[in-house]
Design a protein around this ligand. Structure first.
Ligand SMILES: Cc1cc2nc3c(=O)[nH]c(=O)nc-3n(C[C@H](O)[C@H](O)[C@H](O)COP(=O)(O)OP(=O)(O)OC[C@H]3O[C@@H](n4cnc5c(N)ncnc54)[C@H](O)[C@@H]3O)c2cc1C
Length: 500
C-alpha cells in the first residue's frame, strides 16, 4: 500500500480536466499521482493510429489555444509546466449546411461572420448584432480576470475588488440561457433555429437550455483567440501536459483502472485498482463522470443527497456514432473548410442521426494522413440503448448500415466520397463507453428541463470530504477549454485546502 503522507493528490483519469488539475497542483509543489485506465492520456481528447492515419478520438474544434486574455486556458495550463503546443489557426469555425438552403460560414473575423449571417436575414440585421454583441459582453467579463475556483471566498473577494463591473456582469448572466437573450432581439423563427444549432453543436441542447455564460464564451472566443488545431493532432495536448507533469515531478500510471474510492468515517482517503493495489492520499480527484464516480467507484446506495438532486436536474446526453474515414484528396472540393455541420430537417436536430458533425483536421495539418489522403471524422448522436443486446454479427451489420446512411448524406457535400474511400472505422456508443470509460458513452450532462443557466452545475468539492470532481460533469461543462477551467478551479481549491 502506498501511504497518504507520500501523495498529496490522486487524480483518477487523465482527461484534460484531470491533467490540468494534476499539472496545476504539481506546479504548486504538490505530490501528484494520476491513475489512467487506458494506455495513453487524453480520454475524449485522445487519438489512435491506423494505416498511416492519426485519428482524433473526439474533439477537434479546439478553443483555449490562443495567446491573449485569460480564457486561453489550454495555453496557460501548458505553460504553467513549461511546455507548449504549436497551434494552427482555423480561418472558419464551422461551415453550416442547414435546412432551407441556409449555407453559411462562421468566419474567424467577427464582422465578416455578422455580414455572412445578415446576408441570409437582412430584416434581422440589428437583432443579430445586438445578440452577438451581448455575447461579447459576457466574454469580455470572463476574459478580464483570472479564472479560478468560485468556491474559494478569498479569490472571489480579490477578483471582485479588482474587476467589480465584470463580476457584476457575470453574476447577471449566470442564471440566464442563450435562447432567452436571443429572443429579446430576434423574431425570425428560422434565425432562432439557427441560434439553436449554434448552441446545440457544442452544448447538445437547444439555446433555451444552453447557459448564456457558455454561449458568450464560445460565440466570442472564436473571433478572439479563435479555433486552433494543435499541430500533430489533438492528442498532443494531453501528451504535452503529461510531459509537463513529469517535469514537475508528478507521476502517471497507465492501465491503472480504479475500481473503488476508499473512505474512512465519511472521508475519501484512497483508491483501489482493478489489480487490488491500494493507494492512499490526502485528496482524491475523480475525472470520471459523476455517474461513474457516484454509482461505480462509490456505492450507489450511499449516494449523497445533493448528487441525487443533481441527477434530478441533469441527465446523460446521448453518445455518438463516429466514422473515422481516410479518403483520397480528390474527394474534397477546393476551398473545403475543416469543420462542417449537416442537417436537412430542423425537426431532427436533436434526434439520433439528425445532426452530422464533420471535422477534416488534415486540411490544417496534412501530416496526420499519408500523402494524397485526408481524414474525415463524421459523428452523429446515438443512444446506447439502440446498440445493446446484439450478437456480434448483428452489431457489425448495424454499424455498417448506419455508417453507409451517414456516408450517403455526406456525398451531398463531398461528391465521390464513397468511391474515394481508403479506410473506414466505425465507433458506436459501446466503443465510447469501453475506450473512454464513460457510462453509456455519454458526451456529458445535459439539463433534463430548462434550468437557471449554470446555477445548478456543481463546482469541484463534493459532499464527501476529501473527494473532488473535475471535468465535464462539473462547472462549466463540456469542451476542452471548459474542462481546463474546471481543472484550474479544482487545483486552486485543493491547493488552498492543503495550505500550498
Ligand atoms: C465525438 C466527440 C467530439 C467532441 N468534439 C469536441 C470539440 O470539437 N471541441 C471540444 O472542445 N470538445 C469536444 N468534445 C468534448 C470534449 O472532448 C470533452 O468535453 C472533454 O474532453 C472531456 O474531458 P474530461 O477531462 O471531462 O474527461 P474525459 O475526456 O472523459 O477523460 C476522463 C479520463 O478518465 C479515465 N478514467 C475514467 N474512469 C477511470 C477509472 N475508473 N480509473 C482510471 N481512469 C479512469 C478515462 O479513461 C479518461 O482518460 C467532443 C467529445 C466527443 C466524444
Amino acid at each position: 500500500m502506498t501511504k497518504m503522507q507520500d501523495i498529496d493528490a490522486i487524480v483518477i483519469g487523465s482527461g484534460i480536466g484531470g491533467l490540468v488539475t494534476a499539472t496545476q497542483l504539481a506546479a504548486k509543489g504538490a505530490k501528484v499521482l494520476v491513475l489512467e485506465r487506458y494506455l495513453i492520456p487524453g480520454g475524449s481528447a485522445g487519438y489512435f493510429e491506423r494505416q498511416g492515419y492519426r485519428f482524433d478520438v473526439g474533439a477537434s474544434m479546439i478553443f483555449g489555444l490562443g495567446q491573449n486574455g485569460t480564457t486561453n486556458l489550454l495555453t496557460r495550463a501548458l505553460s504553467s509546466v513549461n511546455v507548449s503546443q504549436e497551434a494552427i489557426a482555423d480561418p472558419v469555425q464551422i461551415h453550416y449546411h442547414l435546412p432551407q438552403g441556409l449555407d453559411l460560414k462562421v468566419d474567424r473575423i467577427y464582422e465578416k461572420f455578422l455580414q455572412n449571417l445578415t446576408a441570409h436575414f437582412r430584416h434581422e440585421e440589428q437583432g443579430i448584432r445586438r445578440f452577438y454583441d451581448e455575447c461579447q459582453k459576457v466574454f469580455k467579463c470572463l476574459n478580464s480576470m483570472d479564472l479560478l475556483s468560485l468556491e474559494e471566498p478569498r479569490y472571489l473577494l480579490r477578483v471582485f475588488f479588482q474587476h467589480p463591473l465584470a463580476c457584476l456582469g457575470l453574476a447577471k448572466y449566470l442564471p440566464q440561457n442563450a435562447g432567452d437573450v436571443a429572443r429579446r432581439y430576434i423574431k425570425d423563427p428560422q434565425l432562432l433555429k439557427f441560434i439553436d444549432m449554434e448552441c446545440y453543436c457544442w452544448s447538445v441542447v437547444p439555446s433555451d437550455m444552453t447557459p448564456m455564460i457558455n454561449a458568450g464564451m464560445v460565440f466570442s472566443d472564436r473571433h478572439y483567440g479563435g479555433v486552433n488545431y494543435p499541430k500533430g493532432g489533438v492528442g498532443q495536448i494531453a501528451q504535452k501536459l503529461v510531459e509537463g507533469l513529469e517535469k514537475a515531478e508528478g507521476r502517471i500510471q497507465y492501465q491503472a483502472r480504479v475500481t473503488k474510492i476508499l473512505t474512512e468515517q465519511g472521508k475519501a482517503v484512497g483508491v483501489q485498482l482493478a489489480n487490488g493495489k491500494v493507494y492512499q492520499a490526502k485528496r482524491i480527484v475523480s475525472n470520471a463522470t459523476r455517474w461513474d464516480t457516484f454509482e461505480q467507484l462509490l456505492p450507489a446506495t450511499e449516494m449523497p443527497h445533493n448528487e441525487k438532486k443533481w441527477q434530478q436536474n441533469y441527465q446523460k446526453s446521448p453518445s455518438f456514432l463516429s466514422l473515422h474515414i481516410g479518403v483520397r484528396e480528390s474527394v474534397l472540393p477546393a476551398g473545403t473548410e475543416c469543420h462542417h455541420i449537416l442537417l436537412e430537417d430542423w425537426e431532427k436536430m436533436t434526434a439520433a442521426e439528425g445532426t452530422v458533425f464533420v471535422s477534416i483536421p488534415t486540411l490544417l495539418d496534412p501530416d496526420l494522413a499519408p500523402n494524397g489522403y485526408h481524414i474525415i471524422h463524421a459523428f452523429t448522436p446515438h443512444w446506447i440503448d439502440d446498440w445493446q443486446e446484439l450478437s456480434p454479427s448483428e452489431y457489425e451489420a448495424k454499424k455498417e448500415e448506419a455508417a453507409w446512411r451517414i456516408i450517403d448524406r455526406l456525398e451531398k457535400i463531398f461528391p465521390g466520397l464513397d468511391a474515394g474511400l481508403d479506410y473506414l472505422e466505425v465507433g458506436t456508443p459501446r466503443t465510447h463507453r469501453r475506450f473512454l470509460g464513460r457510462e453509456d458513452g455519454t458526451y456529458g450532462p445535459i439539463p433534463r428541463r430548462k434550468l437557471w443557466g449554470l446555477l445548478n452545475m456543481p463546482f469541484n468539492r463534493t459532499a464527501i470530504s476529501g473527494l473532488y470532481c473535475v471535468g465535464d460533469s462539473t462547472f462549466p461543462g463540456q469542451g476542452l477549454n471548459a474542462v481546463a477551467f474546471s481543472g484550474f478551479a479544482c487545483a486552486h481549491r485543493i491547493a488552498v485546502d492543503l495550505g500550498l
